[in-house]
Design a protein around this ligand. Structure first.
Ligand SMILES: Cc1cc2nc3c(=O)[nH]c(=O)nc-3n(C[C@H](O)[C@H](O)[C@H](O)COP(=O)(O)OP(=O)(O)OC[C@H]3O[C@@H](n4cnc5c(N)ncnc54)[C@H](O)[C@@H]3O)c2cc1C
Length: 471
């Protein structure tokens, strides 16, 4: 499942249109620039001259980590991107050497995993990618324009363009193209627009989780060197429902996110409430780190009600000339950090479908995405379905799979090969099938987990001297 560099592609058409200029739309525009003479990317927001959260992506104030599969795709689509992120202040951290990570009450050993993860704010990631897209000679970024519907052929069997206008009103224009890609996010109106054109309503699966995020930036205190650069405290599901993550991002700032399932997120706006929530996490370290640190702004809240998957692959009829990518097709509980990677995987899949030509691409692509989404959807929802209150169909042998998964996760604390395999699955570099190889099953079933040694917690701050911020 690694992503080899793309071979050169042949042009299949004159003009493609991408609706939405966030992560999925930007990656898609770049992929399409190899297949079309011209690409127009239409984005409702105005472009910014610096990395900043923006209205069209309200979640951009929150923690955003990207899985390695996604970073590999971005590296292929935008060669040298990782170096540009580093030059802009991003970092690459080893998953267990640089990150102190406590999962379900046990700390991972602080040894090199060899898996380097890119750490930066979401606005920085998107901004660096946008600079690359704006630099492509055959891509035009049309910002400050909202797509309001599809133009079609007279028999409505083909989408042949989009209608646009300035947000909130103004003169409507029409832009024609041989392929229209909807990358307008979770609130995409493709279902309603297709229905208005006489197509059946796309089937949608929703799994309600009521996840709440609260994120705040802090200045990393001068002289604070705790021996870790980032920290994650994740709960034991389903008994515990809260988590906290601290990441050192560009500008020497800490981005601290506190989150919870089923309404268990932070409910208050004040400093004391934020610290109190952090203090109640499974370990004291994150609270200790921030309790005397200087906040750099307000607490940003985000409420995510449900996982949402639109089954375009099941529609009995679907127009040619249309493809749906990213959150517009599937939006996952953000705690599992899959959304941007799956958006990049869909953009990559669309490019591969175009290699067989423009004819029939919409049908090939929607079938391909139906298959592509199966693994990430089941990875996200099988975590959520562990909570008895979450409604949804449990897969066969769900209890047994959870029992196996819990043992496997405990095994990863002690067994390096199991740890590597598990992390590669989480980062979508390997199929989950490798977790059920005969060797792995044997280890999971026979390991003496109850007597395995515990790895030490990071040293308490009070024991580390000199420290500028020890209370
Ligand atoms: C709290 C939270 C935390 C998250 N954390 C992570 C994480 O750690 N890792 C991860 O991989 N994912 C994470 N995600 C998911 C991630 O944010 C999304 O998967 C990702 O942003 C999807 O990108 P997209 O381009 O498909 O859609 P979006 O980012 O939603 O962008 C849609 C774009 O379309 C534009 N638009 C909308 N309508 C129109 C229109 N009619 N005309 C023109 N433009 C339009 C919008 O302005 C916007 O720019 C998180 C999500 C949330 C809510």
């Amino acid at each position: 499942m690694s992503t080899p560099p793309l071979p050169p592609a042949a042009l299949v058409g004159r003009h493609a249109i991408v609706c939405g200029g966030s992560i999925s739309g930007l990656v898609t525009a770049s992929v399409l620039s190899h297949h079309f003479e011209r690409v127009t990317l239409v984005e409702r927001d105005h472009s910014d001259d610096a990395p900043r959260p923006r209205k069209g992506v309200p979640q951009s104030t929150q923690l955003h980590g990207m899985h390695l599969r996604g970073m590999n795709i971005l590296g292929n689509v935008f060669p040298g991107l990782q170096e540009e992120l580093l030059a802009a202040g991003g970092r690459v951290l080893d998953m267990t050497e640089s990150q102190a990570w406590c999962s379900a009450g046990a700390w991972y050993p602080r040894i090199r995993s060899g898996l380097g993860v890119g750490i930066q704010s979401r606005p920085l990631l998107e901004w660096v990618i946008r600079q690359r897209v704006q630099g492509l000679p055959n891509v035009r970024v049309l910002d400050g324009r909202e797509v309001t519907g599809f133009q079609t052929s007279a028999d409505r069997a083909r989408v042949s363009g989009v209608h646009l206008r300035a947000p909130g009103g103004g003169q409507e224009e029409t832009l024609e193209g041989e392929l229209v890609v909807d990358a307008s996010g979770r609130g995409s109106r493709t279902p309603q627009w297709l229905e208005a054109l006489g197509y059946p309503r796309v089937e949608e699966t929703r799994i309600h989780v009521d996840v709440r995020y609260a994120t705040r930036l802090y200045q990393k205190p001068e002289g604070f060197e705790p021996g870790w650069e980032s920290m994650a405290l994740s709960p034991k599901l389903p008994e515990q429902r809260r988590l906290g993550v601290l990441q050192l991002i560009e500008g020497g700032r800490w981005l601290v996110t506190l989150a919870g399932w089923l309404g268990q997120g932070l409910a208050t706006e004040d400093d004391a409430g934020f610290l109190e929530f952090a203090r109640g996490l499974t370990q004291p370290h994150l609270h200790e780190a921030i309790k005397n640190a200087e906040p750099l702004g307000p607490i940003h809240h985000y409420r995510f009600s449900h996982n949402q998957r639109r089954h375009y692959e099941r529609m009995p009829r679907f127009p040619e000339g249309l493809a749906v990518v990213g959150d517009a097709s599937c939006s996952f509980n953000p705690i599992y950090g899959q959304g941007m990677t799956v958006g990049a995987m869909q953009a990559e899949a669309l490019g591969e479908c175009l290699r067989q030509g423009l004819g029939g691409v919409s049908q090939r692509y929607r079938q391909r995405v139906g298959k592509l989404l199966q693994v990430p959807w089941s990875m996200a929802t099988s975590g959520d379905l562990r909570f008895p209150e979450v409604e949804g169909k449990r897969p066969p042998a769900f209890g047994l799979t959870n029992w196996y998964g819990d043992r496997l996760q405990r095994l990863t604390l002690h067994d390096e090969q199991a740890r590597q395999t598990f992390f590669r699955v989480v980062h979508m570099l390997e199929s989950p099938a490798v977790l059920f190889s005969p060797r792995m099953v044997f280890k999971v079933l026979t390991a003496r987990l109850d007597t395995a040694p515990q790895h030490p917690a990071p040293e308490p701050l009070a024991a580390r001297k000199p420290q500028s911020q020890v209370a």
